[in-house]
Design a protein around this ligand. Structure first.
Ligand code: UD1
Ligand code: UDP
Length: 374
């Protein structure tokens, strides 16, 4: 039996690991699958655990309001030490680029436990953008034994860093597995704080939370969004606001009270994925949404200067607009007013996967370990 401990802590990791956890459970004769959550996020993590019926074996319950990178790093490292000492898994699976990801990989390495990195190999090349995710994923990658790269581009990034080719498997991104399971034509979006939305108008879906955008850049983004709504009354803005108080206070200060701008609580993943599918366009600094929205055929304006996800950029459905107010307004208004510009971008492209990434990951794990035991 191979004992696999999946460790995650935030909303996006949970969404992207849920299909992997489900897949691991399909091999009860070969794999013992356990889940440990750091709960670096609390409510936003629990929303996903509930949706995918995941009951963690361990929950470190770390989240505190105003937590710093030091708090999460130290708390997760010590908490995971005890879990790993007790369980002695054969493999620790981590996902992506959060502080939980890096620390879980480090904790496993300290006990010489093998590490599998899901969504490996994404890079911007700038260690402060996104911050601290670029370094989290690079450090997790250095510690990992097995690298589940979503695309050929991410595999090439790893090869450039001299990661052995035989330890890299191109799998697609598990977010597409999760998305295909949750988006449905008939999904009804009533309730959810969306009752005042005029669905006949063009829906602009907004999310924004990145650390490097906190403060002045985020204020510019929100001011631009308010201006766009005032300039184009045929739009409605829906903004499920991240739980971080720094984001919430600023969003409330700048956007509250503008008619047609709906600031709502973070949505459960299923309504949210169906809201993405119903939107006219998306403005976001999220990593995961740069993968999801292109596959739904909607344009994405990315509120960042760099991206580690160049594939959809190359396919033309994603554009980087940064946090300059004028640029955000210009690009958004062009997509609202100009059907040609809109249709140029609104193509369903799927460079990130076919919904079968988790199956590939689990088959590769079985092969790696059977190979090792031969
Ligand atoms: C974290 C990740 C980031 C990821 C993002 C996804 C790090 C350093 N950052 O950033 O990579 O893109 O999650 O959303 O790993 N909060 C709640 N309830 C929740 C979640 C958060 O109240 O369910 C509030 C808390 O006050 C918390 C704050 O948000 O202190 C910040 O959470 P934290 O995980 O430190 O940073 P994020 O910006 O969410
Ligand atoms: N998401 C969600 N509810 C929301 C907003 C986002 O379920 O109200 C999902 C979204 O579809 C994506 C993930 O959360 O899969 C992105 O999370 P976030 O933007 O917090 O993190 P990032 O992707 O930037 O790491």
């Amino acid at each position: 039996m191979i004992k696999v401990l999946s460790v995650f802590g935030t909303r996006p990791e949970a969404i992207k690991m849920a299909p992997v956890v489900k897949e691991l459970s399909k091999f009860p004769g070969e794999i013992v699958s356990q889940v440990a959550v750091t709960a670096q996020h609390r409510e936003m993590l629990d929303q996903v655990l509930d949706l995918f019926h995941i009951v963690p074996d361990y929950d470190l319950n770390l989240m505190r309001h105003g937590q710093t990178l030091y708090d999460i790093t130290a708390g997760a490292l010590l908490g995971l030490k005890d879990i790993l000492t007790q369980e002695k898994p054969d493999l620790v699976l981590v996902h992506g680029d959060t502080t939980t990801t890096f620390v879980a990989a480090l904790a496993a390495y300290y006990q010489q436990i093998k590490v599998g990195h899901v969504e490996a190999g994404l890079r911007t090349g700038n260690k402060y953008a996104p911050f601290p995710e670029e370094m989290n994923r690079r450090m997790a990658g250095s510690l990992a034994d097995y690298h589940f790269a979503p695309t050929e581009t991410s595999k090439k990034n790893l090869l450039r860093e001299n990661v052995p080719e035989e330890s890299i498997i191109v799998t697609g991104n598990t977010v597409i597995d999760a998305l295909l399971e949750t988006v449905g034509k008939e999904y009804c979006l009533t309730g959810l704080g969306l009752d005042q939305v005029n669905w006949k108008k063009k829906i602009l879906l907004v999310t924004c939370h990145r650390r490097e955008n906190w403060g002045a850049p985020m204020a510019r983004v929100f001011q631009a969004i308010r201006k766009i709504k005032e300039m184009r009354p045929d739009t409605e803005v829906i903004f499920p606001v991240h739980k971080n108080p720094l984001v919430r206070d600023l969003a409330r200060d700048i956007l509250c009270g503008t008619g047609g701008i709906h600031l709502i609580e973070p949505l459960d993943y299923q309504p949210f994925s169906n809201l993405m599918a119903k939107s006219y366009l998306v403005l976001t600094d999220s990593g995961g949404m740069q993968e999801e929205v292109p596959s739904l055929g909607k344009p994405v304006l990315v509120l960042r200067d760099t991206t580690e996800r160049p594939e959809a950029l190359e396919a033309g459905t994603v554009k980087l607009v940064g946090t300059d107010g004028e640029k955000i307004i210009k690009e958004t208004v062009q997509l609202i007013d100009n059907p040609h510009a809109y249709h140029e971008m609104a193509n369903a492209v799927n460079p990130y996967g076919d919904g079968k990434a988790s199956g590939r990951i689990v088959r590769a794990i079985l092969k790696f370990f059977r190979g090792n035991s031969c």
